[in-house]
Design a protein around this ligand. Sequence first.
Ligand SMILES: *[C@@H]1O[C@H](CO)[C@@H](O)[C@H](O)[C@H]1NC(C)=O
Ligand SMILES: *[C@@H]1O[C@H](CO)[C@@H](O)[C@H](O)[C@H]1NC(C)=O
Ligand SMILES: *[C@@H]1O[C@H](CO)[C@@H](O)[C@H](O)[C@H]1NC(C)=O
Length: 484
Amino acid sequence: MAPEAARWFLPQTAYIHNLISVLLFLLLTSQTLHCYSDAYSEQEADRVAFLPGQPRSPKVSQFSGYITVNRQSGRALFYWFFEAQALPSQKPLLLWLNGGPGCSSIGYGAASELGPLRVSMYGTGLEFNKFAWNKEANLLFLESPVGVGFSYTNTSTDLSKLNDGLVAEDAYNFLVNWFERFPQYKNHEFYISGESYAGHYVPQLADLVYERNKDGNANRYIKLKGFIVGNPLTDDQYDSKGLAEYAWSHAVVSDETYERIKKVCNFKVSNWTDDCDEAMSTVFSQYHEIDIYNIYAPKCNLAQSSTAAVVDNALESSDQEQFRKRIRMFSGYDACYSSYAEKYFNQPDVQKAFHANVNEMHPGKWKVCSDSILRSYNFSVLSVLPIYSKLIEAGLRIWLYSGDADGRVPVIGSRYCVEALGLPIKRDWQPWYLNRQVAGRFVEYHGLTMVTIRGAGHLVPLNKPAEGLTLIDTFLLDEQLLTH
Ligand SMILES: *[C@@H]1O[C@H](CO)[C@@H](O)[C@H](O)[C@H]1NC(C)=O
Ligand SMILES: *[C@@H]1O[C@H](CO)[C@@H](O)[C@H](O)[C@H]1NC(C)=O
Ligand SMILES: *[C@@H]1O[C@H](CO)[C@@H](O)[C@H](O)[C@H]1NC(C)=O
């Protein structure tokens, strides 16, 4: 018998065995395919064909919609997702979070800073951003926590209970459920990024993913590789000390004010004394006249109705408790950027194309920052440095960057935070370059890289878009910044 023919004459048992395998295989694949096709139709339902006022070219592959994060309370978070500009199947997935607490990653991150479609002046339409961060990554923006932007809860009491723990838990559930809808991204490398108060959210979410990954549940496994944060609130003590020193060293306040702060303020305790409050209020009143988030930039003089104004009002309020809270407000966002986004995202045709506010579930106006969340947020975590130590040990790639013209979360405070980690230096502090100019400086430790962006304020991707893009691409590709 020719060997070829023999293959057709398998012993009976092997034949049956094979038949069973084939049937099993068909059954399993049909189930998997069924599963995938469910996800596929759900994700296609989230595809955004075209947004009002969007430029006709280049083409942008985008999705947006709601992901339920807690069935019991009826909590759902809203996202906006952009596939990478080229070869999305080969690029990592990058999540971006804004802070506040209470500010929208769609209003700021996506539509004003680093997204491919930014709201144009006066909110009349969208413009393509050639420095968008979806060059080397699939880019996901999340409005978090509930009560921010289009994200909502059906249990209104949730809104008075927001704290870092709940934010991280909901964001984690968001990720797990988002991957269900976009299973093709499940085995991509995953990174988390954000700025300002997301200096808390980002490492806390990374920590939760890291911990939950240990459960051994393959369905929920997330391929987290690292995180990167910009002008991040990290440690109350160092950030406050940095704020005071920055104001003095950048000629914002007098020697006397600074001496007084040094004398009466003990930033090691979170509860400032009345004397310290008073001394620090001198600093804030000076920053009232310029843009604390970008100290050399012209101040926005638009009539303000959003967070900046609320913060200012709180400053003037005589209520001490309110004042102490105000000190902790990190919103970091200027009404000049936000008013255009508010105009755009409140248009009914935009919301419809965006799959937002379906069935009017989100009551009232879409706002770039929620004042009430900022006021009611429970600031219970004073430092995320212990999480850094843990995740550095775990081998995650961790970068911290800082626009060096920010007075709110200044580079000095971030340097104290990084120093406090006590990491050995790998490459000394030195300049990095872009277009033959010093773009900033960086220092590489074993376990963490710190980068500054020269002349950028609190919102680095907005102030220095080319530098911002170079920075994120270098981080994602695990390369080195140019040193000549
Ligand atoms: C919230 O309530 C509305 C109205 O009952 C419902 O349609 C929606 O699905 C609920 N949201 C969640 C996340 O359960
Ligand atoms: C914070 O300080 C105020 C006034 O100095 C005091 O009344 C309050 O009990 C302190 N709170 C804590 C938690 O230490
Ligand atoms: C704030 O959060 C902490 C820690 O989660 C909790 O112990 C405390 O009761 C909360 N405070 C309020 C006012 O909700």
